[in-house]
Design a binder for this molecule. Structure first.
Ligand SMILES: NC(=O)c1ccc[n+]([C@@H]2O[C@H](COP(=O)([O-])OP(=O)(O)OC[C@H]3O[C@@H](n4cnc5c(N)ncnc54)[C@H](O)[C@@H]3O)[C@@H](O)[C@H]2O)c1
Length: 278
C-alpha cells in the first residue's frame, strides 16, 4: 500500500480549509498552517498544526519540509480590501509559500485563485481560462499575481502549479435566501469544490494549469468545460435549480448586486490627493 500524500493547507483554520480538512483527513496526511490562535481542537484531530505567519519566509519554509502538495488558501479574501492589507499576505505571503514549496521540492502547489481575476468583464460575458485576466478590484489583482507567479515557477522550477478560480463558496441552503441573486452565476457548492480539489491533488504532474471552479450552473460567468474534460469533474449542483426565487437569477444576469464596490487603492489615492492639495 502506498503512503497517503502529504498535503499542507495554508489558511488551514479558514472556512474552505476547515471543511475540506474534515472531509479528507483520512485520505491524505494533512498539515494545516494558520496564524497563532486560530485553530480549534477539531483541527488537531485532522492533522499536524503549524502556527505561523505567511509573511515569515523561514517559518513557512520549515513547515514545507517533506510535503508533496501545498494547497494555498491563506490570505485576505475580502474583495474591497485595501492595498495595505493585501500586500503583506496576498502578495508577499503567496510569494513565500511558492518559494518555500520550490525549496522543499514539493510536487504540486494548488492555489486558491478567484473569479475576481475576471470580474472586470461585462457581467453577462463568459470568461474562459485562456482569456486575458481583467480583475474588478485590487483583491483580484493580487490573485492575478499568484497565477502569474505560478506560471513562472512551473516553467522554471519544475513544480506543478494549478490555480482554481473559485466562485462564491456557499452552502446550498444559502441559495434559498432572497438576497442570493448575486451569487448564482458564480456559485460553487462546497461538495463540488472538494471534488475538484481532490481531483487536482490526485492528478499526475500537470505543469501550469488554471481551472474555473464553480458548480454546474446553467448560466455561469466561468465555463467549466476544461475541468469536465481534464479532471472528469461532474458537479452535483446547479445554483439556478437550487435557488427558489427566480427573479434573483434575472438580477444576477443583469449584474445588479455584485457585492461591495471595491477600491483597494482608495487609501493611497486619498493620501496623495490630500498631500498635493487636490
Ligand atoms: N470563500 C470564497 O467564496 C472564495 C472565493 C474565491 C477565492 N477564495 C480564496 O480561497 C482562500 C480561502 O478562502 P476562505 O473563504 O476559506 O477564507 P478565510 O478568510 O475563511 O480563510 C483564510 C485564512 O487565512 C488565514 N490567514 C490570513 N492571513 C494570514 C497570515 N498572514 N498567515 C497565515 N495565515 C493567514 C486566516 O487566519 C484564515 O484562517 C482565500 O485565498 C480566498 O481568497 C475564496
Amino acid at each position: 500500500m502506498t503512503a497517503p500524500r502529504s498535503v499542507l493547507i495554508t489558511g488551514g483554520a479558514g472556512n474552505i480549509a476547515t471543511r475540506f480538512a474534515e472531509r479528507v483527513s483520512g485520505v491524505y496526511d494533512l498539515t494545516l498552517l494558520d496564524l497563532p490562535g486560530r485553530f480549534t481542537e477539531a483541527h488537531a484531530a485532522w492533522g499536524r498544526l503549524v502556527e505561523a505567519d505567511l509573511t515569515d519566509l523561514e517559518a513557512v519554509g520549515e513547515a514545507m519540509r517533506g510535503i508533496d502538495t501545498v494547497i494555498h488558501l491563506g490570505g485576505e479574501r475580502r474583495p474591497a480590501s485595501l492595498w495595505s492589507t493585501l500586500l503583506p499576505v496576498n502578495i508577499v505571503g503567496t510569494y513565500n509559500v511558492v518559494a518555500a514549496a520550490v525549496a522543499a521540492g514539493c510536487r504540486h502547489v494548488i492555489y486558491g485563485s478567484s473569479v475576481h481575476v475576471v470580474t472586470g468583464y461585462e457581467p453577462q460575458l463568459q470568461v474562459r481560462e485562456t482569456d486575458p485576466v481583467r480583475p474588478g478590484d485590487l483583491y483580484g489583482v493580487t490573485k492575478c499575481f499568484g497565477e502569474a507567479l505560478g506560471a513562472y515557477v512551473a516553467a522554471t522550477e519544475g513544480v506543478s502549479f494549478t490555480a482554481l478560480r473559485i466562485g462564491a463558496f456557499q452552502d446550498p441552503e444559502r441559495l434559498a435566501d432572497d438576497r442570493a441573486g448575486w451569487m448564482l452565476r458564480d456559485y460553487c457548492a462546497p461538495e463540488d469544490l472538494f471534488q475538484l480539489l481532490a481531483a487536482v491533488i490526485d492528478a499526475d504532474r500537470s505543469g501550469f494549469q488554471i481551472y474555473n471552479a464553480v458548480s454546474g450552473n446553467r448560466f455561469s460567468r466561468l465555463p467549466i468545460d476544461k475541468a469536465r474534460a481534464k479532471l472528469d469533474y461532474a458537479p452535483a449542483y446547479d445554483a439556478f435549480e437550487v435557488a427558489a426565487p427566480f427573479r434573483n437569477a434575472i438580477e444576477a444576469v443583469g449584474g445588479v448586486d455584485d457585492g461591495p464596490v471595491a477600491s483597494g487603492m482608495r487609501e493611497d489615492v486619498e493620501r496623495i490627493m490630500s498631500s498635493t492639495g487636490k
